[in-house]
Design a protein around this ligand. Structure first.
Ligand SMILES: O=C(O)c1cc(=O)[nH]c(=O)n1[C@@H]1O[C@H](COP(=O)(O)O)[C@@H](O)[C@H]1O
Length: 243
């Protein structure tokens, strides 16, 4: 189970050394972190081990998307790392998601299985890309809702979606089905490569289960201050802007 309203900090750093020194600078004991491809492909399981030693909650975001057998076997290995959350692309289909859960159960340590999230549509995808490049003619909200429903039926514990689809997902899949939402920015921050963005205050209002924040904190001039601003807005709806 996820702690109430976690805020995962995306540790998108080129090396473990940089990620750990960032966390030292932050100096907050109870943080939830997300390790993505950049860091994991550089450091491998050793970075997970080091983060676990610091007792952080860990979302290992490798977005698996392959045939069911490959995903099952890979998930067995990821579960044995003892992380708290992992993910797949929902586009891999229901059989793949079921296989992912099976792999996680096989690799679970002392019956402790990581939560499985399915990425519905990346928060960097807009309507035009959906129809022109992916050749999906339904509306974004409809697509996210449908992928979330499939993911739930296939046994996923939740989805990754944007803040703007979270309510729809909860309506159709129930409020205990996690909606984890990246694409979080303060009012005056650049979207960069993100498209479906929202502030932490709106995320709070929309009842999302968890937010993921990367560059808004890690690349801020004062990351400690930025962390507290995001955290405050997320937990109290008490938004301040970052200058
Ligand atoms: O699965 C994810 O975490 C994810 C899914 C998605 O749709 N969009 C998305 O941005 N992410 C991840 O969330 C983080 C967002 O980072 P920032 O845009 O820097 O806040 C990155 O590590 C992305 O890999």
């Amino acid at each position: 189970m996820l702690a109430t309203k976690p805020m995962f900090i995306a540790l998108d750093f080129p090396s473990g050394e940089e990620a750990l020194s960032f966390l030292d600078q932050l100096a907050i004991e109870e943080v939830a972190v997300k390790v993505g491809m950049e860091l994991f492909y550089k450091e491998g399981p050793s970075i997970i081990e080091q983060l676990k030693q610091r007792n952080y909650k860990i979302f290992l975001d490798l977005k698996l998307h392959d045939i069911p057998n490959t995903v099952e076997r890979a998930m067995k290995n990821l579960a044995s790392l003892g992380v708290d959350v992992v993910n797949v692309h929902a586009a891999g289909g229901k059989r793949m998601i079921e296989a992912a859960q099976k792999g996680l159960q096989e690799g679970a340590i002392n019956g402790q299985k990581p939560l499985l999230l399915a990425v519905t549509q990346l928060t960097s995808t807009d309507d035009e890309m959906l129809s022109e490049q992916l050749l999906i003619q339904e509306e974004m909200e409809q697509v996210v809702k449908h992928y979330a429903y499939n993911a739930k039926q296939a046994g996923a514990d939740g989805v990754v979606c944007s803040v703007w689809e979270s309510r729809l997902v909860h309506d159709i899949c129930g409020t205990d089905f996690y909606t984890v939402t990246p694409g979080i920015r303060m009012e005056n921050q650049h979207n960069q490569d993100q498209v479906r963005v929202a502030t932490p205050t709106v995320a709070n209002e929309q009842g999302v289960s968890a937010i993921v924040v990367g560059r808004g904190i890690t690349k801020a001039e004062d990351p400690v201050r930025a962390y507290h601003q995001f955290e405050g807005a997320w937990n109290n709806g008490n938004e301040t802007t970052i200058s």
